[in-house]
Write a protein that binds this ligand. Structure first.
Ligand code: ADP
Length: 415
């Protein structure tokens, strides 16, 4: 650069000429009014006649001037490079969050870079109007960027860190592995259940024939023993054996019923009949087998229902035998049957026996379920209530139990 004053030091640039101290111009502008000033500003946007290049405004040493210029150029260059890189990032990674804010950053940084480049250029080309306009736009965009950034701050705070994401992925993988393991176990359990059902079905069918033959043979022996005085002492033993065979037959029937139910082959033979009569017959039969209990019936003389008589008899029989079995220390078992307001019939069997713990009640109608602590002293295989509930469900009825541990239970069904 050339020094344009004799008084300047070597390597320095001239102090400003008259234009640099242009009070006359300023006063002209301020007199023009705001609208006039704006009009004048835009019409002379690229006009540089009102100012000297910055080299000639003030006293610049080469070092100072070039330090200013090169710094501005390097800031400007970096400010142009950063948006380019940001653009590449959002172009490649479509999953980057908040892309709109990144676009605002790109605009803001580009504008900042432009102000620095213009600033460097002003040393030769004093485009102060253009510089002001670019700075104004930069100011607006930066305020907008700050506002946008402030708005998404809570969302940014909520973004998970890489560590958190990795931990989450780890947990998810673990959960998936556990789920796969459970699925494998479930499949294995299902296979086992199918095999067990198959076994139960085959075993109960195979057992049925010899038991029937055994039962018939015992009946013949009993008849013969009854006729022969010598064999009379054998009669009670044969009767005992017959009783056990009957129990065995009941178990086999239960097992066959369960396999039928599992296969969806339980067929109902519905007829219209008086349920009170069935109650009475069933109570008489149970009473005959267990004289320790007294069964009381409270039922309307006629309660007509449309259902499978034998299957309902089976349910009642199960309720009654359970009531007597699980109330060894009390005598009373009561049966209630009545028509409800909606026309359905409710039957309940109440005992005052061991009762059922609250937390076990929901499982009581499950297959092979027995209340561990209380039932181990009583014979049974945990199928009666399951079969009863399936029978009632097939009738579209409801079945349930109310029970208090140590006080007794009421089993009921509604048809
Ligand atoms: P089982 O009597 O052969 O075990 P059930 O299916 O009839 O099978 O009954 C399932 C379980 O419900 C029984 O093992 C017993 O624990 C419980 N339970 C059934 N009836 C009663 C009752 N009246 N009082 C107490 N517990 C009962």
């Amino acid at each position: 650069m050339q020094a344009n004053s004799n008084k300047t030091l070597p390597g320095t640039h001239a102090a400003c000429d008259s234009m640099c101290n242009s009070h006359h111009i300023i006063s002209q502008h301020t007199q023009a009014g705001l609208f006039g000033q704006v009009k004048d500003f835009f019409s002379k946007l690229f006009n540089t006649a009102d100012w000297p290049p910055r080299w000639h405004c003030g006293t610049w040493s080469d070092f100072h001037g070039w330090l200013y210029i090169l710094s501005d150029i390097s800031i400007g260059a970096a400010y142009f490079a950063i948006p380019f890189l940001l653009f590449r990032i959002i172009n490649k990674r479509k999953d980057i969050p908040f892309p709109k804010v990144i676009w605002l950053f790109i605009a803001f940084i580009l504008l900042c870079g432009t102000t620095h480049l213009i600033d460097a250029g002003i040393f030769w080309w004093p485009a102060y109007r253009l510089s002001a306009l670019v700075r104004f736009i930069t100011g607006m965009v930066s305020i907008f960027t700050v506002f946008a950034l402030y708005k998404i701050l809570p969302l940014i705070y909520n973004l998970r860190t890489l560590d958190q994401l990795e931990a989450e992925i780890g947990e998810r993988k673990k959960a998936e592995a556990e789920m796969r393991h459970h699925q494998v176990m479930k499949l294995a359990a299902e296979e086992l259940i199918v095999k067990k059902d198959e076994f139960m079905s085959i075993a109960s069918h195979e057992l049925k024939t010899p038991i029937t033959s055994l039962k018939a043979s015992l009946q013949v022996v009993e008849r013969m023993a009854n006729k022969n005085e010598v064999l009379e002492p054998v009669v009670p033993f044969v009767q005992k054996a017959s009783k056990q065979v009957n129990k065995l037959t009941e178990i086999i029937h239960d097992l066959l019923d369960v396999t039928r139910m599992q296969a969806g082959k339980l067929e109902l033979n519905k007829t219209d009949f008086n349920l009170t009569e069935v109650l009475k017959e069933c109570a008489d039969q149970c009473q005959a087998e267990d004289s320790r209990h007294e069964i009381k019936i409270d039922a309307a003389p006629v309660l007509m229902v449309h259902a499978d008589k034998n299957r309902l008899d089976q349910v009642l029989n199960n309720f009654l035998t359970n009531a007597m079995k699980y109330s060894p220390d009390s005598e009373l078992v009561s049966i209630k049957a009545a028509k409800l307001k909606d026309g359905t019939v409710k039957v309940s069997v109440t005992d005052y026996g061991i009762g059922i713990p609250d937390d076990k009640i929901e499982n009581i109608f499950d297959r092979f379920y027995r209340v561990e602590n209380t039932s181990k002293n009583y014979s049974g295989i945990g199928l009666g209530l399951y079969i009863s509930s399936e029978i009632i469900k097939r009738h579209n009825g409801q079945i349930g139990v109310n029970s208090v541990l140590g006080k007794g239970s009421t089993f009921w069904f509604i048809l």
